[in-house]
Design a binder for this molecule. Structure first.
Ligand SMILES: CC(C)(COP(=O)(O)OP(=O)(O)OC[C@H]1O[C@@H](n2cnc3c(N)ncnc32)[C@H](O)[C@@H]1OP(=O)(O)O)[C@@H](O)C(=O)NCCC(=O)NCCS
Length: 437
């Protein structure tokens, strides 16, 4: 008899039998307990700490939601004020870190810059380094909170520097009297105006988008965050690892793929032919389908509404007509109905970002700013409920033990991985490597 608790069984039972569970990609493995976010994929429900995402998107600010994710409850007015003030006081980055960012090539991918700068932050705050001071420093809540303020405060500044770098404009210093997302837009767009203020409605739209992307249980980057946390390394390095996982096109880049697809379809007239290609398995409908949601992704519904608000300010992008019609046709088609394929968060976010003027390679950075709050919530939870260092098992299926062969006795296989190298040199008309003369 095996007890079932929270829809899980204790894998230790398999260990007692001398067995492991082979589960590539963790499709059926829970690696921790967590009380941060809850998803019911069949019903299309997403909750942070028990609150429906729809309510949070309508009534809260992103920083309020970050507080909720990290500390478990919505803040009182006074708590929220202290929280906002503390975070906005940590928006400045060290001038040497600014120099480091300036040293990147003019066309550096902003995600590469942010990921590297997060790692570098570890060297700018040595008092927060567990390598130097031991893991016990994080038994002190003040120390934990200080790093949370720093990370939430500085990530938008790093992102804005990466953005300004690409367009060859001087970096803007943060403006701490503004709201969190307003200040981010200010750092992106201010030129020489002494009293520049971003559009308040666009700032609110982006703030809500940040709420929608703040946490999503153990997605790949959050799992990376927890894996790194289990080693005891400092939070800057953990965030850098999580951001690196988010950089992958299968994770942080799907909205870019959805946008490219809509651009390729171009007009409403081309939708029918595209849908036929999808049904014939020649194409995938990007921004549709989800590993967890088998009904409408609740975040996509909110984004659809936000897209109209953004277009009212920025002008209507014709791609929204393509998206809405594509969605209408797909949702009434047997192929998609039978497979429970609905729009996901990436279907509308790319068009909104484009309408707001963000370059496509900046999309994952925007995702990363929002997800920093979720990553930190998991870091905080894991500090309070430590789990052993992550050390997954493998199922070894390599060679059996074999006798060492001296180099002169080795027989070359018919094809070698390095043949490609030789072909490359021939194609480029380059001389063979020295050893081959
Ligand atoms: C997200 C995704 C990987 C989830 O995959 P999954 O849960 O493993 O679903 P499966 O790959 O098992 O697909 C089930 C069926 O639906 C089809 N399907 C899934 N997503 C599809 C899509 N976007 N377009 C067309 N068909 C799709 C599959 O071909 C499969 O059909 P079959 O039963 O005839 O073989 C997948 O839906 C996808 O690639 N979507 C597009 C990319 C995207 O938007 N990613 C962002 C996710 S937030």
């Amino acid at each position: 008899m095996v007890p079932v608790e929270d829809d899980t069984i204790d894998a230790g039972i398999f260990a007692q039998l001398g067995l492991s569970i082979l589960d590539p990609g963790y499709l059926a493995t829970a690696v921790c307990r967590s009380s941060i976010s809850y998803i019911d994929g069949d019903k299309g429900i997403l909750r942070y700490r028990g609150y429906n995402i729809e309510d949070l998107a309508e009534h809260s600010t992103f920083l309020e939601v970050a507080y909720l994710l990290i500390f478990g409850d919505l803040p009182t007015r006074e708590q929220l004020q202290t929280w906002n003030t503390r975070i906005m006081r940590h928006t400045f980055i060290h001038e040497n870190l600014v120099d480091y960012l300036r040293s990147f090539r003019y066309d550096a991918h902003p995600m590469g810059m942010v990921t590297s700068a997060l790692s570098a932050m570890s060297t700018f705050h040595p008092e927060a380094s567990t390598a130097l001071h031991g893991e016990a420093i994080y038994e002190d809540e003040t120390m934990v909170n200080k790093q949370i303020f720093r990370c939430l405060g500085k990530v938008p500044t790093l992102a804005a520097c990466a953005y300004r770098h690409r367009i060859g404009r001087p970096y803007n210093s943060p403006s701490n009297e503004l709201g969190y997302t307003e200040n981010f837009l200010y750092m992106l767009d201010r030129l020489s105006e002494s009293n520049y203020l971003p559009n308040a409605k666009l700032a609110r739209a982006l703030d809500v988008i940040f709420i929608l992307h703040a946490d999503h249980e153990l997605n790949c980057s959050t799992a990376a965050m927890r894996q790194m946390t289990s080693t005891g390394v400092d939070p800057f390095i953990c965030l850098s690892g999580a951001a690196a996982a988010l950089y992958g096109p299968s994770h942080g880049g799907a909205n870019e793929a959805a946008l490219k697809m809509l651009e390729e379809i171009g007009t409403v007239d081309n939708i029918a032919a595209f849908i036929e290609d999808v049904k014939n398995k020649k194409r995938k409908l990007m921004g549709f389908g989800h590993r967890v949601y088998k009904s409408y992704d609740p975040r996509a519904k909110i984004l659809k509404k936000i897209s109209e608000e953004v277009f009212a300010i920025m002008g209507r992008n014709h791609l929204i007509d393509v998206a809405v019609e594509l969605e209408r046709i797909a949702l009434s088609d047997e192929y998609f109905i039978k497979r429970n394929l609905y729009p996901n968060v990436d279907f509308y976010s790319g068009i909104i970002y484009k309408a707001m003027g963000f370059p496509t390679d900046f999309f994952p950075v925007l995702f990363g700013i929002a997800r920093t709050s979720g990553w930190l919530a998991h870091w905080h939870e894991q500090l309070q409920e430590p789990i052993p260092i992550f050390r997954p098992k493998q199922a070894y299926d390599g060679a059996a033990a074999r006798k060492y062969v001296n180099i002169d006795d080795r027989v070359a296989p018919e094809t070698s991985p390095l043949d490609l190298e030789r072909k490359y040199l021939l194609r480029k008309k380059l001389p063979p490597l020295k050893s081959e003369h």
